[in-house]
Design a protein around this ligand. Structure first.
Ligand code: NDP
Ligand code: MG
Length: 386
C-alpha cells in the first residue's frame, strides 16, 4: 500500500524538489498534506495537483481564504498546532519548513511514532534534549535529508552499537560557500548579492546565507552529533569545493567510507522517502568516464568564526544551541532585509552567545523561551552593529 506523506514547507526549495521525486513515484507514495506560509497560490496549485486532503497555513487569518481557493476539497488547519496535527496524520513526514518554525513538525512526528524525513536542522538542534526524548517513541525514526547527514547515514550502515565505538570520526564536507579563499578585508565588503550566489547548490535564501557564513556547517556539526549520538569532538569539517563527496565516516581501523553523488538534493530526498529501499531515479549519478578531481582542505576558521562558535555551543550543551540558532535567524533576517552587513552577521551571534544564560530545557515552552531570549538580544545587538 502506498505510504502517506506529509510535506510541510511544500513551496520552498526542499519542498519543490520533494514534489519532483513524488511525481515519479505515485504508486509508492500518496501526498496527503502540504503546508506553507506565504506562497499560498502555489500551495493551492500543489494541493490541486496531488488532490491532498489536508492543508496547513502559517497564519490563522489565511485559513478561510485557502479553504475558499480549494472549494471545500481539503481541510485547512493553521499555525503551529495545525502543523503538528498534519505531522501526526501521515506515515512519512518531510520537515522542509525553514528555521525555528519547524519545531512542532519534528516533535509531533516523532511523538506519534512516524518517520521524520528531516531537512529542518534549526529546530532539531535547538530542541535537541526534547527531540532525544521523543525519538524513543516506538516506530519513530529520523532519516536525514541534509546531504551530509544522509551520506553519513549511508556510511554508518553496519555500525550499530550505541555511541558507535567503531567510528573514529564523522567528516562533514563543506563546499566552502561563495567566499572560500576570501581574505578578511575582502569579506568586510561582501554584499547580499555575493552571499546569495552559492557555487554548487541552489537553496532557499536563509540556508544560502548560512552557507556563506559557514554557520550552516556549524549547525550541521551539532546536527550530526545529536542525530548519530557521537560526541561533538568526533565530528570534523573538511572543505571539499566540488560537493561530490557528501560526507565520510572514518572507522577506528583507518578505513574511510564516503558517499559520492552529483550535488542534487533530490537524491537525499528520495533516500529519505524510500529508506531502506532505494528509489530507481539516478538523480545523482556521476559520469565516471569523465575526468573527476576531488580536493580537500581544512576550513579557515579565523575568517569563518561561525564554526568555532558552533563547537563552543555544542560543548556548552543545554540551551546553547537554541540561542545560537535563534540569534542567527534574527541576524540573517536583518541581513536579507538590508538592515545588517554580511560581515556583522556572525559578530551579532557571537555577542549574543557571550551573554548566554543556560536554564531548563524540559518542555517546549522552555525551548521557546530560550529562542525568544536569544532573538531579543540579537535584535538589540543589531542596533549596535548596524
Ligand atoms: P525555503 O525558504 O526555500 O522554504 C521554506 C519553506 O518553509 C517554504 O515552503 C515556506 O513557505 C515554509 N514555511 C516557513 N515558515 C513556515 C511556517 N511558519 N509554517 C509553515 N510553513 C512555513 O527553504 P529551504 O527549502 O531551502 O530549506 C528548508 C529547510 O531545509 C531549512 O531548515 C534548511 O536549513 C534545510 N535544508 C535545505 C537544503 C536545500 O538544499 N535547500 C539542504 C539541506 C537542508 P512559504 O515559502 O510559502 O512562505
Ligand atoms: Mg547540508
Amino acid at each position: 500500500m502506498a505510504r502517506r506523506v506529509a510535506l510541510l514547507g511544500a513551496t520552498g526549495s526542499i519542498g519543490r524538489q520533494t514534489l519532483e521525486v513524488l511525481r515519479g513515484h505515485r504508486e509508492e507514495f500518496t501526498l496527503v498534506s502540504v503546508a506553507a506560509a506565504r506562497r499560498l497560490d502555489e500551495l493551492a496549485d500543489i494541493a490541486r495537483e496531488f488532490a491532498v486532503t489536508h492543508i496547513g497555513v502559517a497564519r490563522e487569518e489565511d485559513r478561510a481564504m485557502m479553504a475558499g481557493k480549494l472549494a471545500g476539497r481539503a481541510d485547512v488547519v493553521a499555525g503551529p498546532a495545525g502543523l503538528a496535527q498534519l505531522a501526526r496524520e501521515a506515515d512519512i513526514v518531510v520537515n522542509a519548513v525553514v528555521g525555528f518554525a519547524g519545531l512542532p513538525v519534528t516533535l509531533a512526528a516523532l511523538a506519534a511514532g512516524k518517520r521524520l524525513a528531516l531537512a529542518n536542522k534549526e529546530s532539531f538542534i535547538a530542541a535537541a534534549p526534547l527531540v532525544e526524548r521523543v525519538r524513543a517513541t516506538p516506530g519513530a525514526e529520523v532519516v536525514p535529508l541534509d546531504s551530509e547527514h544522509c551520506a553519513i547515514h549511508q556510511c554508518l550502515a553496519g555500525s550499530s552499537a550505541p555511541g558507535h565505538p567503531d567510528v573514529r570520526a564523522l567528516w562533514l564536507t563543506a563546499s566552502g560557500g561563495p567566499f572560500r579563499g576570501w581574505t578578511r578585508d575582502r569579506l568586510a565588503e561582501a554584499t547580499r548579492q555575493d552571499a546569495l550566489h552559492h557555487p554548487t547548490w541552489s537553496m532557499g535564501p536563509k540556508i544560502t546565507v548560512d552557507s556563506s557564513t559557514l554557520m550552516n556547517k556549524g549547525f550541521e556539526v551539532l546536527e550530526a552529533s545529536a542525530l548519530f549520538g557521537i560526541e561533538v569532538d568526533r565530528v570534523k569539517v573538511v572543505v571539499h569545493p566540488q560537493s561530490i563527496v557528501h560526507s565520510m565516516v572514518e572507522y577506528v581501523d583507518g578505513s574511510l567510507l564516503a558517499q559520492l553523488a552529483r550535488p542534487d538534493m533530490r537524491l537525499p530526498i528520495a533516500y529519505g522517502l524510500g529508506y531502506p529501499e532505494r528509489l530507481a531515479d539516478g538523480w545523482g549519478a556521476l559520469d565516471l568516464t569523465q575526468r573527476l578531481s576531488l580536493t580537500f582542505e581544512p576550513p579557515d576558521v579565523e575568517a569563518f568564526p561561525a564554526i568555532p562558535l558552533a563547537y563552543a555551543a555544542a560543548r556548552a550543551g543545554g540551551a546553547a544551541a537554541a540561542w545560537l540558532s535563534g540569534a542567527n535567524e534574527v541576524a540573517v533576517d536583518a541581513f536579507l532585509a538590508g538592515r545588517l552587513r554580511w560581515s556583522e552577521i556572525v559578530p551579532v551571534v557571537a555577542t549574543v552567545m557571550d551573554g548566554f544564560v543556560d536554564g531548563p530545557m524540559r518542555e517546549v515552552a522552555d525551548v521557546v523561551a530560550h529562542d525568544a531570549a536569544a532573538r531579543d538580544r540579537a535584535a538589540r545587538a543589531i542596533t549596535v552593529h548596524s
